[in-house]
Write a protein that binds this ligand. Structure first.
Ligand code: FAD
Length: 572
């Protein structure tokens, strides 16, 4: 038995009243499901309108040149009684499926973005806002990349819990004592996952609102205008593009000395909170190592830390690191600097680790976190097929974020240090704008860094150590938080705000802060550097009192010799 269904124009995005330029079937024809019935063309794109089911066209209701919009009747189709129209939006069920859109010029999209992290989604969204037709490929089911899924956000959720529980403990010195924390790991994991889920779901929604086509799969280049994508359903698909932005990010470095063992994890494994080890070794004294050491120690682990260099947090001035180490001494049994792991033995009792350097005795651990850096994900993209140049895994780009291949851009971790989300986002915007024909470039003077530990350390621009090493003529001003009413009230009088000014121009060129919320208040220093402010600009700006941010204004006053919150400054 046959029945007749109406074939209507499906959801074709924002297009309305688009002219029919070609009709590919006529009354009486037998058509297959998904077979193109007609082609419409706007000033931006050509689109196929496919048949929602197999059957025989009994009547065509459109003519060439006629304009059509979503919902208009195209044809009457005789189908077998049991046949259901397929997943064609406007007719069928799946809201995710959209008809194939080919921009004029016959590529699948105007802009292809590879990687759904901060660099990739920011580029895709900006480009869509500028009117480009965008496909975004990500190998995992959610957007957000490392930052949202296994980096910035889950680590900050856990660091928040660590900071609040340790702050609560410290209150006993002021006469308010709480019971020791009772940790429910599964609830904590749930809090972390819900935090991540809210953000990644939000990104998914925003991609839909912008009509960015999300394709889940792993892409590799086959030429400078196409990729082959291994889809999550096991099939593969070729996608052609006019322009492409590579935002494929980075992955943790795995040191060869560490064997495969579930007790040896990287940051992703550590953020899963598999258990709270009694004895933990953190390998790497950079931001990620120190943040994870903070989390696990607050949850009850005893932590040792080993670092190949002779200092923690390379790139941060020694005076700040000294304060940090003093405040964090209780966390660590051993901090082994200028030391490396030379051997790891797997025993049922634990992981037996031998060191080479300042420490040589073997130690047994229940968990090891490898946080020894990250490497760009350039290896699996077959960049050579597109002719994109890579050096040491890093894709080199110019000011417009363009690679050596004219229509291919790259942003974020894959273009090298600093590997930070906010840098990736800004680069993503630049690449998208250039791809859309705007004149712009990535000309940020500075990229700030923050260790969200307890206390936080934030730094930006020229450091004092760097100025000394390079012989730069700078003026360094310090405001100790022991002179800040708010810091004293908050139990944070150990903090420090330091500003660095060029002697030649008088303008601020750097700054560093240690103390609670350092990462939040460093933004003012970033703005001051970008705006070319001098000490008078910052010091004469009225900061609210009493705040920790006020210490930036006061450090500027110290540079001018006009600060009345510290003893008189001789010679100023
Ligand atoms: P990623 O976020 O790495 O995204 C790249 C995406 O590309 C990934 O989702 C990947 O699956 C996908 N991909 C790769 N290859 C392919 C392919 N062939 N096909 C399809 N998809 C592909 N930065 C901060 O600024 N602040 C922080 O507090 C902070 N904390 C961090 C904490 C941890 C534990 C870690 C590990 C990192 C942290 N970072 C932080 C760094 C930050 O996460 C990265 O700098 C940022 O995610 C880089 O963004 P991206 O878009 O370049 O790449």
């Amino acid at each position: 038995m046959a029945r007749v269904i109406e074939v209507r124009v499906p959801d074709i995005g924002d297009f309305k009243n688009v002219p029919v330029v070609e009709i590919l079937a006529k009354a009486g024809d037998t058509v297959e499901i998904d077979q193109s019935l007609l082609i419409v063309e706007s000033d931006k794109a050509t689109m196929d309108i496919p048949s929602p089911a197999a059957g025989r066209i009994s009547e065509l209701r459109i003519t060439i040149g006629e304009t059509i919009s979503q919902g208009d009747l195209i044809a009457l189709l005789e189908v077998e009684a049991q046949v259901e129209p397929a997943n064609i939006p406007g007719l069928g069920r799946s809201p995710d499926h959209r008809p194939e859109i080919r921009p004029t010029g016959s590529n699948d999209c105007e802009l292809l973005v590879i990687g759904g992290g901060p660099g990739g989604y920011s580029a895709a969204f900006r480009a869509a806002d500028l009117g480009l037709n965008v496909i975004l490929i990500e190998r995992y089911p959610t957007l957000g990349g490392v930052c949202l899924n296994v980096g910035c956000i889950p680590s900050k959720a856990l660091l928040h819990v660590a900071a609040v529980s340790e702050e609560a403990e410290r209150l006993s010195a002021y006469g308010v004592t709480f019971a020791a924390p009772d940790i429910d790991l599964s609830k904590l994991r749930y809090f972390k996952s819900v935090t991540v889920g809210r953000l990644t779901d939000g990104l998914g929604q925003m991609a839909k609102m912008r009509k960015v086509d999300f394709v889940q799969g792993e892409a590799r280049f086959t030429a400078a205008d196409r990729v082959s994508v291994d889809l999550s359903n096991g099939l593969s698909r070729e996608i052609t593009f006019s322009k492409c932005i590579i935002a494929a990010g980075s992955s943790p470095v795995a040191l060869p000395v560490f064997p495969e063992d579930p007790r040896i994890v990287n940051s992703t494994g550590a953020l899963e909170l598999p258990s709270i080890p009694r004895r933990m070794l953190v390998v790497g004294g950079g931001i990620i190592g120190l943040e994870m050491a903070t989390v696990y120690s607050a949850l009850g682990a005893r932590v040792d830390l080993v670092e190949l260099f002779d200092k923690l947090l390379p790139g941060v001035d020694r005076d700040l690191v000294k304060i940090w180490q003093k405040r964090n001494a209780h966390r660590f049994d051993r901090v082994m600097l200028a030391t490396k792991v030379s051997e790891v033995g797997l025993t049922p009792d634990g992981l037996s680790v031998t060191f080479e350097g300042t420490e040589s005795a073997s130690q047994i651990y229940d968990m090891i976190l490898q946080a020894a850096g990250r490497k760009p994900n350039s290896g699996s993209l077959a960049l050579e097929a597109a002719g994109v140049r890579v050096e040491g895994g890093i894709i080199s780009v110019d000011r417009e974020m363009r690679t050596n291949v004219d229509n291919i851009f790259a942003v974020g971790d894959i273009v090298g240090q600093p590997m930070l989300a906010h840098k990736a986002v800004h680069q993503g915007h630049v690449a998208a704008e250039v791809a859309a024909g705007r004149k712009t470039g990535f000309d940020a003077k500075i990229v700030p860094s923050v260790a969200y530990t307890d206390p936080e350390i934030a730094w930006v621009g020229v450091t004092e150590d760097e100025a000394k090493a390079k012989g730069l003529a700078v003026e360094v001003s310090r405001f100790p938080w022991s002179a800040s009413g708010r810091a004293i009230a908050n139990g944070a009088d150990y903090g420090l705000t330091k500003l660095i000014f060029s002697k030649e121009s008088g303008r601020i060129v750097g700054g560093a802060i240690i103390g609670p919320a350092a990462g939040d208040i460093i933004g003012e220093v970033c703005l001051a550097i970008e705006m070319g402010a001098d000490a008078v600009d910052i010091g004469k700006t009225i900061h609210p009192h009493p705040t920790l941010g006020e210490t930036i204004g006061m450090a500027a006053e110290v540079a001018e010799g006009v600060c009345t919150d510290i003893p008189p400054q001789r010679g100023k």
